[in-house]
Design a protein around this ligand. Structure first.
Ligand code: ZN
Length: 214
């Protein structure tokens, strides 16, 4: 059964693609353009992966909703001090999952894969995704049911990197930075999380950073 993988070409979605390929699947890549500074870089790497691996892909353009997303993100930044993950991205994820389910139905796919890690899935978020699954099963009971999979719910980012290394993932062809520069800025929350995870994994980080936070 083919899987729809929500991807921003980050570490987790890139490893999820490699895992699906290893399992003999031909995953379908779905990317949302949210009008953020990093959009162009994410799209570049999603396109690269899709072309190189000959995988079908779809871009859903939500840039018209940019103000909504940036408004949520600003609030989340204010209330998320000290949080290791990127809660700003997680907060509107339920909406993106709903859209992905609709897209999966349209494309005849029965599974969607969301690469959230243990750090991004405290108990209450995990529960909310379970409820989202239940609600969708009930609402669409007469139609194809789409299963939401969280392949890394019990793994830390560093463990996902180790898994990726064992699958020979080329991490140079992935993107994490929240900025829209040519290379990773090295100091945003997402870059710091990427660097820290590589260090913790004991895997050489091939990323070219513009600056180093330490
Ligand atoms: Zn950055």
């Amino acid at each position: 059964m083919e899987t729809l993988i929500l991807t921003s070409a980050g570490i987790e979605s890139t490893v999820a693609v490699a895992m699906a390929l290893k399992n003999g699947e031909r995953p379908y890549l779905l990317h949302f353009s949210l009008g953020r500074k990093s959009d162009i870089n994410e799209l570049h790497y999603v396109n690269y992966q899709s072309t190189k691996l000959r995988l079908p892909s779809k871009l859903i353009d939500l840039t018209a909703m940019q103000n909504l997303f940036s408004g949520v993100m600003e609030r989340e930044w204010l209330f998320s001090e000290g949080d290791v993950a990127c809660p700003s991205e997680v907060s509107f994820l339920p909406g993106l999952i709903e859209l992905s389910i609709l897209f999966a139905k349209q494309a005849g796919l029965e599974k969607i894969s969301v690469g959230l890690t243990k750090e991004q899935l405290p108990k209450e978020r995990l529960k909310s995704i379970e409820l989202l699954q239940e609600s969708n099963d009930l609402f669409h009971s007469k139609f194809i049911k789409v299963k939401i999979e969280l392949p890394f719910a019990h793994q830390e980012k560093s463990e996902v990197i180790k898994l990726g290394e064992s699958l020979k993932v080329d991490f140079q062809q992935s993107w994490s930075c929240l900025e829209g520069n040519e290379s990773h800025c090295g100091v945003c929350q997402s870059c710091v999380s990427r660097k820290t995870a590589f260090k913790k994994a004991g895997v050489e980080d091939p990323t070219k950073y513009q600056k180093h936070s330490q």
